[in-house]
Design a protein around this ligand. Structure first.
Ligand SMILES: *[C@@H]1O[C@H](CO)[C@@H](O)[C@H](O)[C@H]1NC(C)=O
Length: 219
């Protein structure tokens, strides 16, 4: 009886452990600083020889500098991912600074590989994300300095500066290479274009309107 009980506990513990290990795999070494000269294609970047790794491989400088928001959306993202900071390779995290001109927006987009946690350093931001089908629930909130908000992995989200002053935020992401898919660019700005007929039916619009939207998103 006692034997059976411990067996049940063991099986229960095992099944629980399966549930809680739904994360990235653990690293098998202290670090894998990326080697920009590496020619082998792997999931991530090739490791630099650990013997020649130095402090600067784990370092980036420049997030004190405001991004230039003189562009149509009125925002600028300054990413610090594995490309900018080689020591992030294989670690599953990255960070970015986002600047917003008054009433500027960071347009609706998704990160296919990362959840994002955003901290407002200055200003007032309206933030929102939309849940997946069929609900497509829009969850939104206005944030101020010191507020933190999370965008769950994969969901379409955006930010808008709702103040008359510049806004600044720091976004931390759960991938060394989160990826960005901006909805408008992906749908109307692809190369080559998605067939007009597909977009006409998908968006319930006529061909002229689709052509106009495609011209707006042309690279
Ligand atoms: C910001 O970008 C605009 C548009 O590209 C450019 O005209 C302007 O010189 C830039 N400002 C600075 C300070 O770099």
């Amino acid at each position: 009886m006692a034997y059976n009980f411990s067996l049940v506990v063991a099986i229960l513990a095992l099944s629980l452990s399966v549930i809680v290990t739904a994360t990235d795999n653990s690293a098998l070494q202290d670090f894998c600083v990326s080697d920009p000269q590496g020619q082998v294609l792997v999931n991530g970047l090739v490791c630099k020889d650990p013997k020649v790794v130095e402090a600067n491989d784990f370092f980036f400088s420049g997030l004190h500098i405001a991004g230039n928001t003189s562009n149509p959306s009125g925002s600028k993202v300054t990413p610090v991912a594995a490309t900018q900071l080689p020591g992030l390779n294989t670690l599953g995290i990255s960070i970015a600074r986002i600047d917003y001109a008054p009433w500027g927006i960071n347009p609706p987009h998704t990160h296919p590989r990362a959840s994002e946690i955003l901290t407002v350093l200055d200003g007032y931001l309206e933030v929102g994300f939309v849940t997946s089908n069929p609900e497509n629930r829009h969850i939104r909130k206005v944030l101020q300095k010191g507020d933190v908000f999370v965008f769950p992995v994969g969901l379409v989200h955006y930010q808008r500066n709702v103040g008359n002053i510049n806004a600044v935020a720091i976004a931390a992401l759960s991938s060394q290479n989160p990826g960005v898919i901006t909805v408008g660019n992906a749908v109307f700005g692809s190369t080559p274009e998605i067939a007009t007929d597909v977009l006409v039916k998908a968006f319930h619009l006529d061909e002229t309107t689709i052509g106009y939207l495609q011209s707006k998103f042309k690279n």
